[in-house]
Design a binder for this molecule. Sequence first.
Ligand SMILES: Nc1ncnc2c1ncn2[C@@H]1O[C@H](COP(=O)(O)OP(=O)(O)O)[C@@H](O)[C@H]1O
Ligand SMILES: [Mg+2]
Length: 631
Amino acid sequence: MSMEMVAWQSMYQAAHATEEKRPFSRATLARIGTFAQPHRRRIAAFLAISVIVAALAVATPVLAGRVFDTIEAGGPLGVVVTLALLIAAIAVAEAGGGIVSRWLSASLGEGLILDLRAAVFDHVQRQPVAFFTRTRTGALVSRLNNDVIGAQRAFSDTLSGVAGNLVQLVLTLVVMLALSWQVTLLALVLLPVFVLPARRMGRRLASLEREAAEHNAVMGTTMTERFSAPGATLIKLFGRPEHETREFVARAARVRDIGVRTAMVQWVFVSALTLVSALALALVYGLGGWLAISGGVSSGDVVALALLLTRLYAPLTALASARVEVMSALVSFERVFEILDLPPLVAEPTRPTPLPEGPLSVEFRSVRFGYPSADKVSLASLEEVARLDSRGGEEVLHDVSFRAEPGQMIALVGSSGAGKSTIAQLLPRLYDVDEGSVRLGDVDVRELSFSAIRGGLGLVTQDGHLFHESIRSNLLLAAPEASDSDIWDALERARLADLVASLPDGLETVVGERGYRLSGGERQRLTIARLLLAKPRVVVLDEATAHLDSTSEAAVQEALGEALAGRTAIVIAHRLSTIRAADQILVLEAGRVVERGTHAELLARKGRYAELHHTQFDQPTTHSPVALAGS
Ligand SMILES: Nc1ncnc2c1ncn2[C@@H]1O[C@H](COP(=O)(O)OP(=O)(O)O)[C@@H](O)[C@H]1O
Ligand SMILES: [Mg+2]
């Protein structure tokens, strides 16, 4: 390794050391051990090769010294040729060993990345919806990318850095001391001059780099937010583009200044180190030459010492910063483990109860529920704000009970914020109740496997999400085995077949985020088609027809009626016309069921339902709610 590379490397390591000086956590080390465990054969092979390569690296200077001594002694030629051939053989062996050890460390490192990524992805996917509503996607993605790679780099750097360098350092020192202890000690005197500034400069660079990273992160967030279609629209309508540009350019300019300064600091540092090592070399020549002339050592020894010196500084510097490497390794690992340690608030039972066959009943038994507070579902380091949401934990549903017999339809009505969507979300276990139970087919949903819940229940919400994928794959998400004729049948019934057929790419048209822009109503009908395709036994519709105009609503309503036939259904509708046929209507206010009964019963009661009904269907001028309640 060249002097300059060593200098760069130690600068890099010092700059990437974290300020925190946490004690070595035994638990973290043990867990890294469990990740390293499956690779232990390769680690052992890697260490063995490192030792061999290090020994070879020390052998060459010694042989070169012997060549000089033989030349000075005037022969024999055979020895010189043999030594030269040996040096050549060692060079070949070193190159070969280098390839093998590089392959080993690369496959170890990449293997570790794979293991960590698989573990984190799988674990994050198991987190409840509450986790995703709180965490910043960017922060999460960065954990999966940067920290996993940081952990890997630190792992393989530590492995090759510590193991290989330690062997090389010890061997080089032993050989140098054997050749001449005076020269060796003198060469080591300059060492602190080499290592100490690396630390100091490293710290300065680290703070500069951190500042640059912050600016870059803010610029990145600004760009992803402002350059998304909705963000760009908002800026065009209400924003101040000149101000935005000024702010952005100011940050970019600061990054430029930091870049120039970093480059200069690094250059000064590298030059200084190159100078120090050149001075040490001069010392070896001076003192070694004097010793050689006075007969203490041979001239071949001086050559060997000079060559060995260049192989002494590299491992010394690397080892000096090894502590730093281990620290950053632990920090990266801890950031990854922090995610792996977050227990999913909604967990699958180890021994799930099977879901009964046939139509299913749906029951809420004295359910009390409050959205979980931030500290229960998320990590402060992943949150948009470090402050906890004070609303978390407040009870949203108070003692809600109802039962839909198999095949029945229950309708939920009530003003906005009453808790209707919350009820819909408790059924598929997007959240768990605090008290009471939610039962599907007379089984507590907490005793069912997630796949049984997914297979038995379909939820369509007002803002049905579509992935940036083809219409076909968006539909197949719910029913991977569905055939093309099933898909067209579902589209037909969702009154969407004509539209899809008219698209140039038909089923292959990419929709969602950046794809073909479906209108709100079309998007909604597509999510209904997805539901029809999945054929769940229990259907939950949360204002699923809210985006539709009256004509298409009537059409979709017809389709839904067909889909709901024979199925248990929980329907939340803001238009009361759609729920007249319900077997039971629940009126919800502030998290409580305040009225229940059929349409006719509730109208006759002249309570809250009747009030809502008249508000929607009477002429706006002919009543006031108070008058109605009293009439
Ligand atoms: N993710 C959430 N975290 C915390 N509170 C929530 C969340 N979602 C809804 N709420 C609150 O729960 C209450 C009921 O909301 P919701 O069930 O969506 O009402 P509805 O669907 O009847 O309009 C409201 O007070 C709302 O602010
Ligand atoms: Mg709602």
